[in-house]
Design a protein around this ligand. Sequence first.
Ligand SMILES: *Cc1c(COP(=O)(O)O)cnc(C)c1O
Length: 395
Amino acid sequence: MNIDSQAVHTGERKPLGRYIPVTTPIYTAASYIYNDIDDLDRVFGQELEGESYARYSNPNSTALEELLTQLEAGAGSLVTSSGMMAIHLAVNAALVDKCKSVVAANALYGATIGLLTRIVEPQGVAIRFTDFNDLDSLRKVIEEEKPGCLLMETISNPLLRVAEIDKIAQMARDAGAVLVVDSTFATPMLCRPMELGAHMVTHSLTKYISGHGDVLGGAVIADADHNQILHATSRTLGPVLGPFECYLASRGAKTYPLRFERQCRNAIQVAGFLENHPGVERIYFPADPKHPDAAIIARLFTPGMFGAIVSFELKRAANKQDVFRFMNALRMIVPATSLGDVHSMILYPLIASHRELSPKHRERMGIRDNLVRLSLGIEAADDVIADLDHALKSC
Ligand SMILES: *Cc1c(COP(=O)(O)O)cnc(C)c1O
């Protein structure tokens, strides 16, 4: 099946007694009984598939996991209370029986850097950041650190760099390390990291997959080895996604391919407009022929699609106040955190995603004070362009 068909069918229509609901109802039950206690015994023993207790799973999470496993071509998946929880569980699963060392990409979501430095590192795990677009230096770092886990994003935030996942996966495998890829920005329509050799993929379901700005959730899609460890950890800790949130994410996922196609198309049009605008110093967009990773993008991404995020620097903005003036002048685009929603959104990394990093760390990442990140929604591109044009003239 194509991804569009998978999105609307996979995981749904499980028989319920004599009838079959066309979509999975919301199951609020904390526990489940069977006609024969022997069946419950076998479910507890994990010999029989089924529900037993809400900390382990619920029918809504099971349905959503089935879909995500298929979309990312994994062996299994776990849906979690947030995207951050997904990354945390994936890194933990990667490090079981491995050297307690993580080599992570320099360019990562701000909270992911915080997770590594403030939560993972104090637990005795060595953390080393390096440039994943420089494979020679990455190879040296892997030789030095002998990491148990490599962590990267398919498209980095907010400068939209793309590294060679397939080559990095091979380097990880040669070194006995596990590659975890946060693919929130790319989604499986653009690229499927597990097909390129990654062991685990994480998502913030809050973004494109749910898509309506009304639910927080995450997912880890894993190969067979790690799927087992993930679920064992989850059964003990219960970082699961509740039935209501699963329902919303499943509902959103049905239109994700439609939305993402439109969002990607809007991004191409809006990037073209911004590139030629006198108020814009430079744009960061994967379709840009001058993009430093253009050849990698052409090799790894679905042809004609480049994601739906465009970052750009404001030419006339010298400081925070100037950028605030631009953001305050927007009439339709929502100046909020997050991305991937039906509405276009603009985020200012300095005060949001990368707020907690020191100015020096931001500078090292190439994130300047006049940089904003635009996430395209499903509106008419003309309206987004008109809004940007007006706001650019006011700053
Ligand atoms: C939003 C985001 C996360 C965190 O997800 P939450 O659902 O907010 O916990 C992680 N990685 C990336 C790339 C994100 O955009």
